[in-house]
Design a protein around this ligand. Structure first.
Ligand code: PLP
Length: 411
């Protein structure tokens, strides 16, 4: 059931006070859920079923012929999954959403349902290393060509389009450099050239920016990150129009990249506090980025909320906040001195991932690029003295105090 537009509620509306649409947290808590649930429970039940029974043969035929909405077999979707999909579609301003078992499964789901042998895609070069790996190592084996062009070079992107080009792809913000796309321009190039567009908006979240509203065709998120928000689940989601999402959903049913009922429940529960968490991630990101920028042992900070960031202008024009990811480089530090700072933090835990309540810290060189050559690392903009901080929802004062003592460990 969709949220109804109830003008009599006095629920705080932090998003669009000028109209009577429900506010973001009202949607986070209620959208997609039935008002009365089984056994009158306030929460959605976890339905542990791999298959769903039919009363008799007639009911099977009626289900098939009338396209009835009901459970059939777990691989085609479970009840909890549909609730989360509706909630995420409402939060993203999208007609529909389809949930996958991970962010990578969602990315593979889009590419494999939309691309055929001989097709080409153009990908901005700053991207999650596994997304690059999927294109280069796997799509290529099926005759699909990936061109990578410099992030933010829209002229190069347009120039690379030819009659085989099927999709323009980018992350926004990118990881770990936090470059921000001009979504209007990106979508316009696609529309002008008759090519579909896709954004991996994992780092932005639909709280901070909604690429669908700029005319981007497909938006993908690793829901493992901010949406789940508690470092306790893996999931992915694709948002698109009902028409464009149909074959992606159908491929998911064949791939089997679905979520367990328990996972769906955890994601639904995590989403209830989505706005509150995002507000804190945004605040922490800004506060810690400003602290680091002023710190004498830090030579460079990448955070879109800082005036020094190359994409600051487009970020402030298009985003509500800039999230909890802060990337910085140490002054006069080799990789070992950098590792010492990582190892000296007491609050942030050393781990990959981002977007959960617990702050995480890592050195991209070690965590993701250890097996790459120095030349490759340089081409991806990964330096030895770089640290990636994924701020959680702890109090900024504590995080700052902890970083200050960790930074004092490098001489
Ligand atoms: C984590 C991440 C992914 C992959 O998502 P999983 O849920 O780990 O499969 C894709 N893109 C970005 C930007 C990510 O941060």
């Amino acid at each position: 059931m969709q949220m109804t537009n109830n003008k009599n509620t006095d629920a705080p509306n932090s998003t669009t006070p000028a109209d009577a649409k429900p506010g973001y947290s009202t949607l986070s808590v209620h959208a997609g859920e039935a008002r009365q649930k089984p056994v009158n429970s306030i929460t959605d039940p976890i339905v542990m079923a791999s298959t769903f029974t039919f009363e008799n043969t007639d009911s099977i035929i009626s289900f098939i012929e009338n396209n009835e909405e009901r459970g059939e077999y777990g691989r085609y979707g479970v009840p909890g999954e549909q609730v989360v999909e509706k909630k995420l579609a409402a939060l993203s301003g999208s007609e529909e959403a389809v949930l996958f078992s991970s962010g990578m499964a969602a990315l593979v789901g889009i590419f494999n349902s939309k691309l055929s042998s001989g097709d080409e895609i153009i990908f901005f070069d700053e991207c999650y290393h596994r997304s690059r790996e999927y294109c280069k190592k796997h799509l290529s084996r099926f005759g699909i060509v990936t061109h990578q062009v410099k992030t933010g070079d829209y002229d190069a992107m347009e120039a690379a389009i030819n009659s085989n080009t099927k999709m323009l792809v980018s992350e926004s913000p990118t990881n770990p450099h936090l470059s921000i796309m001009d979504l209007e321009r990106f979508a316009a190039i696609g529309k002008k050239c008759g090519v579909e567009t896709m954004i991996d908006a994992t780092l932005a979240t639909p709280y901070n920016v909604r690429p669908i509203e700029y005319g981007v065709d497909y938006v993908m998120h690793s829901a493992t990150k901010y949406m789940g928000g508690h470092n306790d689940l893996l999931a992915g989601v694709v948002m698109a129009s009902s028409e464009k999402i149909e074959d992606i959903r159908s491929l998911r049913g064949v791939m089997g990249a679905v979520n367990s009922p328990h996972n769906c429940y955890l994601l639904e529960r995590g989403l209830k506090t989505f706005e509150l968490r995002m507000q804190r991630h945004n605040e922490n990101g800004q506060a810690i980025a400003e602290f680091l920028e002023a710190h004498p042992r830090v030579s460079r900070v990448l955070y879109p909320g800082l005036e020094s960031h190359p994409y600051h202008k487009i970020a402030t024009e298009t985003m509500r906040g800039f999230g909890g990811l802060v990337t910085f480089e140490l002054a006069d530090a080799d990789w070992k001195a950098t590792a010492k700072v990582v190892d000296s933090t007491e609050i942030a835990r050393i781990a990959p991932s981002l977007g959960g309540v617990e702050s995480l810290i890592e050195q991209p060189l070690v965590m993701s690029y250890w097996n790459y050559s120095p030349e490759e690392r340089a081409s991806f903009g990964i330096s030895d003295n770089m640290i990636r901080l994924a701020l959680g929802i702890e109090n900024a004062d504590d995080l700052i105090r902890d970083l200050d003592q960790a930074l004092s460990q490098v001489i």
